[in-house]
Design a binder for this molecule. Sequence first.
Ligand SMILES: C[S@@+](CC[C@H](N)C(=O)[O-])C[C@H]1O[C@@H](n2cnc3c(N)ncnc32)[C@H](O)[C@@H]1O
Length: 215
Amino acid sequence: MAESRWYDKFAPFYDVGTFGDLFYRKPCKAAVEQLCLSFGSSVADVFCGTGVDFPMLATHTKVGEEGAVMAFDGSEGMLKHAKTRAERCTVSPSFEFLQADFSRSDGLKTLEDAIDKESPQHVFVSLGLTCLENWREFCSLVFDVCPSGTRFSIIDVYSDRLTLGARFINWVGAADCRRPVWSVLEERCESFAWQEFRPFKVLDVSVFVASGGKP
Ligand SMILES: C[S@@+](CC[C@H](N)C(=O)[O-])C[C@H]1O[C@@H](n2cnc3c(N)ncnc32)[C@H](O)[C@@H]1O
């Protein structure tokens, strides 16, 4: 997968290059709040990258030692950093890591089987859907396999125009930020909510948080 190879190369510099979660901290906090986590919750962190959101998922929301995080990503390099971060979490739920390429049918099957087996009650999809040409198929599959009552929260970038800033974000992220990747949640969730943030004013690209529950 081209994106994974790109992220494998990027992995050693990813956290420095993105200034940790500096630009995404506010929308990310909003996205995690929308998951309505509680002590002992189990959450799927899809496109976990280097695990930048683990501390927020593990401690801020009090999932705590009793909770579980299933961390998915396509890049071996990014997952290696995520595993190190999980070991350093002061409050550590049980972590499970899965490498799968969601642009391929075998990767989708791995994800489907893992979600079906573990039934996480919360699905956090962070900054990866815009990398996927098959984002609609991916979202429908995840939605279908999750049980009723599952909470979903997506954080990603969006621009309806291919501005210079959007081209830059697309290049850095191996993405296409014109994809309306929240649509499946909007069509199928109850209590769907959409919030816009503008951390990259100079680039003229939005960050959105979309969330809802499966009826
Ligand atoms: C922009 S990073 C976001 C990482 C993390 N969520 C964060 O907030 O820092 C995008 C992630 O999506 C993963 N990714 C991209 N395309 C993928 C695919 N086809 N299958 C699985 N993972 C993919 C990359 O490996 C990368 O870790």
